[in-house]
Structures are given as structure tokens and as C-alpha cells.
Design a protein around this ligand. Structure first.
Ligand code: BG6
Length: 485
């Protein structure tokens, strides 16, 4: 279904995010007929270049020579929507007049400003948008994560952006919320009766959330080194996933009911202490190794300097409320791990009494595996009787829902969905300011404990599951990490 015509200004248009995600996403939505022809894309960046040069730069990334002719022809048509303006976003910078001219005539359309920029520029750029009179009544601002680098900087960004844009026109992106399987989580939980009665400390032993990547810091190493895995992944993606697993049922899937319930989870996270961080949080950094048969360098070689930044975190979190008292949530994420795999595993409790004699096998607890990527799917592990004449033998088998096999439809990638949601004004897939601040409050305490010098940084070889200390974290609790599929 086409959205309304819109103008989008992408600041940072020559950067990795814009070139690698945003422009391809807009192109794909345009190919699908979702973007009306009157829409315009105004790319803005520091570099002096013509619109023609910018289109060629983007074409080389999105539809390079060698891709099928149809894609290149389609891109050439799509590129007619794109204009380019050199804007220096620093204080008193140049180019704002040109930007105003490029947007002329679009005052009645929906106008999006996408800040694919470092967060320190969010406040100043919003100020400049206001000063140069670019904000129309139907303007929306899109901010990429991370929103700041700690609670105070996030609050300051929220304040400065909030001086120019009302909260209901601020779209803070956490692209995990745009993933098909992540959205499915709420439907799985709240459109089935089956799970909810057991979805609490009485029925659930623990929850594991893993986001493992094979990529390294690579070209982003200089940004990444100022962030690390806790700020880059846990503060946003992993905590958001945890919220969706742990939240109370919202009254509807509208933005505020959902966001308010997520906020309550973040606020109920048990605060960490110096002591608990040393016990419950493991930091790691990859060394050289082999991934899918290819040798890869270690983190400090990629960065070109020694560093104490973590590229892996595993932690045990607890939510202090009635539903979750005593249920650990184990979160882990890392770069250069053995395989790319994101999944949520809900481990139910053991049955209270065995009806089958011990020598016929012990029942395993039920396990729900939600595979976010790749090979999206949901799997419920059940005990069954092994078929055959030889009496009762237990067998642990999956009820398996593979998205690829069940839904033949292609679905849009996270950025495609999120960009169209901004045009539609659907805030439910975006973080509210108070959520971001609550998440920082919790991660700030972890960072503070690390900075007090108590934290070890464990090495792990690229192409493995991270440092062995991550396995010990669960072993100490009598548990282990599962490879869910
Ligand atoms: C980004 C992080 O938010 O998410 C990156 O900044 C990370 O470091 C990426 O690689 C992972 O996203 P996805 O969609 O590939 O799982």
C-alpha cells in the first residue's frame, strides 16, 4: 500500500548507514510501488559534489555494474527522486540556504529529517533546522541509535531535540524493532493463549538472548572503539528484546501502551553493583582466528592500536517484579563469533514429578526457541514417546515453524519497514525518550563498575563462542548456553 508523498532529508548521506541501509531501503520500497513519484530524497553531507555525482556514488553501492540490468535500470529511474546538497552541519555552517531551496514547494508534504550522524550532532542539527525555518507542521525527525553515550548525554539530546520537535514526531530507531521476527514476538505472546499463563517465574526457569555476529568492527573500528559491545548492542537491541519478552500485556499494540510496558521492565531491572558486575558480567575481545575457513585479524590489529574496548559481553540480568522474581535473563552478544545467529530461548521449568521410570529416559524441560535471524522461525521443544513397540522411551522433539517454508512471501528488511512506519507516523516501532534514558541508567552502572578497574577483559579467538568465562557464568548457576536450532 503506497504511503503519502514525502520529502526526506538524509544528513550524513555519504556515510555507511545511509549508503548501506537507508538508500537501498528506499530503493526497494520504491521498486515495490510504495513510494509515490512526488516524493523527494534530499541527500545532505559535507562533501562538495553534484547531485549527479552523488547518484553515481549511490548507484555504485546499490546497483553496481554486474548486478542484473533490470536493477540498474530501476535504480536509474529511482535516482530521479534524489537531489544532493552540501551542508556543513557544524555551528554556523554553510549550505542551509541551499537545503531550504531544495525543499521549496514541499511545505504541505510530510517531511522527514534523518540524522545518520554521530549523536553529538543531534542537538545542534535540530537547532539549525529550526533556525533556518525548515521544520513544517508535518515534519518528523529520525534519530539513529546510539542516542548519546550515557544517561546524561541521552537526556541532553532528548532535551535539545525536544525543544524543536514534539515527542510524537521524534522517531528513535532501534532497527531490531523493525525485524519481522521481533514484531512477531508480541503476536506470539499476546495473540496465543497457550504461553501467557506459564510466562512467569512459576513456569519459566530462565531466558537466554543471543545476538552473535561473524563480522568484526572493520571499517567502523574508530567509532566502535568509543562504544564497545555494551553501548553498541546491549543498551539498545538486547535490552529491547528483553523488554518484549518480559513486558506485561499492553492494552493494544499502539505506541504508548507498548512503550509504557517496555519502560516498566527497564525500570524494574535490578540495579547492578560493583560486586555483582564482577560476578555477573563477562567482557571479551577477539583475537585473530578463522571464520568460515578464512583467517581474520584480531580487534587491535583492525583498529591499529591496543584497546580495552569489549567486542563481547555476556551478562546475567534480573527483573525485580512479581512476574520475574528470581528468573535470570542471560544476554550475550559478540563480534567475530562462530556463526551469525540471533535467538531468544525461553526455558520452561522441569515437570514436578516423573511418571516414567528413570531408566526410560528423563524428561527435558520444554523450550521455546525464537530464531530472529538468519533462518527465521519458532521452535517449541516437547517430550514425546519414541514410536515403536519397545515400551515407553522418551524423545525430545521440535514443533518447528520455519518462516521460509510457511510464509512464501518476501518481507521487507528492518530499515524498509521502519522508514515507511515513520512516513505513516507509527511510533510503536520506535523508542520513546524515557525508554532510552532508562536503558542508559542501567548500562551506565555496568560501565561505571568497569571503569573502577574491577573488570577483566577476556580474549577469545575469532570464530568461537566467546571467552570460556561466558560459559562459566551459566555453569555456576547449573545451566548452559543452548544452540537453539
Ligand atoms: C548495529 C550495530 O546497531 O547493529 C552494529 O551498531 C551491528 O555493530 C548491527 O553489527 C547488527 O545488526 P543486524 O541487523 O545485522 O543484526
Amino acid at each position: 500500500v503506497p504511503v503519502q508523498p514525502f520529502d526526506i532529508v538524509i544528513f550524513g548521506a555519504t556515510g555507511d548507514l545511509a549508503q548501506g541501509k537507508l538508500l537501498p531501503a528506499l530503493f526497494h520500497r520504491w521498486c515495490d510501488g510504495q513510494i509515490p513519484a512526488e516524493s523527494r530524497i534530499v541527500a545532505a553531507a559535507r562533501d562538495a559534489m553534484s547531485a549527479e555525482e552523488f547518484r553515481a556514488l549511490t548507484a555504485a553501492r546499490v546497483a553496481p555494474d554486474g548486478t542484473v540490468a533490470e536493477r540498474r535500470e530501476a535504480f536509474a529511474k529511482f535516482a530521479r527522486l534524489i537531489d544532493y546538497v552540501a551542508v556543513d552541519v557544524s555551528d554556523g555552517g554553510s549550505g542551509w540556504g541551499e537545503l531550504e531551496a531544495a525543499l521549496a514547494g514541499g511545505e504541505s508534504k510530510i517531511r522527514l529529517f534523518y540524522l545518520a550522524l554521530p549523536p553529538s550532532l543531534y542537538g545542534p542539527v535540530c537547532g539549525a533546522i529550526a533556525k533556518h525555518g525548515l521544520r513544517t507542521a508535518s515534519s518528523r525527525i529520525v534519530l539513529e541509535k546510539p542516542i548519546g553515550h550515557d544517561f546524561h548525554s541521552a537526556r541532553e539530546i532528548n532535551r535539545r531535540v525536544g525543544e524543536v520537535f514534539p515527542e510524537d514526531s521524534i522517531f528513535r530507531i532501534d532497527h531490531y524493532l523493525g525485524k519481522e521476527t521481533v514484531q512477531n514476538l508480541l503476536i506470539l505472546r499476546f495473540a496465543n493463549f497457550l504461553f501467557e499463563p506459564l510466562w512467569n517465574a512459576n513456569g519459566i526457569d530462565h531466558v537466554q538472548i543471543t545476538v552473535a555476529e561473524t563480522v568484526g568492527a572493520g571499517r567502523r573500528a574508530s567509532y566502535y572503539d568509543t562504544a564497545g559491545a555494551l553501548r553498541d548492542m546491549v543498551q539498545n537491541h538486547l535490552l529491547q528484546l528483553m523488554c518484549l519478552v518480559a513486558m506485561e500485556p499492553p492494552s493494544s499494540l499502539d505506541a504508548d501502551p507498548v512503550r509504557t510496558e517496555k519502560l516498566k521492565v527497564l525500570r524494574a531491572l535490578k540495579p547492578v553493583t560493583q560486586e555483582s558486575v564482577a560476578r555477573s558480567v563477562v567482557r571479551g575481545q577477539y583475537r585473530g582466528g578463522v571464520i568460515e575457513g578464512e583467517p581474520v585479524p584480531g580487534y587491535s590489529e583492525e583498529l591499529g592500536a591496543k584497546s580495552r574496548t569489549e567486542t563481547f559481553v555476556a551478562l546475567r540480568a534480573e527483573i525485580g517484579n512479581w512476574r520475574w522474581a528470581g528468573v535470570p535473563f542471560y544476554l550475550r552478544t559478540g563480534k567475530r563469533m562462530a556463526e551469525r545467529r540471533s535467538e531468544i530461548i525461553v526455558q520452561f521449568k522441569q515437570v514436578p514429578h516423573d511418571v516414567v521410570a528413570a531408566d526410560h529416559g528423563r524428561p527435558h524441560p520444554n523450550r521455546l526457541v525464537i530464531r530472529l535471524q538468519p533462518d527465521e522461525g519458532v521452535k517449541l521443544m516437547l517430550m514425546t514417546k519414541d514410536p515403536g513397540p519397545g515400551g515407553v522411551r522418551l524423545r525430545y522433539v521440535p514443533l518447528n515453524l520455519s518462516f521460509a517454508e510457511t510464509f512464501t512471501k518476501d518481507y521487507p528488511d528492518a530499515y524498509e519497514r521502519l522508514l515507511m512506519a515513520v512516513v505513516r507516523g507509527n511510533l510503536a516501532l520506535f523508542m520513546r525518550g524515557d525508554e532510552v534514558e532508562a536503558a542508559w541508567r542501567w548500562t551506565d552502572r555496568v560501565i561505571a563498575a568497569w571503569q573502577d578497574g574491577q573488570s577483566e577483559l577476556y580474549p577469545y579467538a575469532a570464530g568461537t563462542d566467546g571467552p570460556t568465562q561466558a560459559a562459566l557464568l551459566l555453569e555456576r548457576d547449573g545451566r548452559e548456553w543452548f544452540d537453539g536450532f
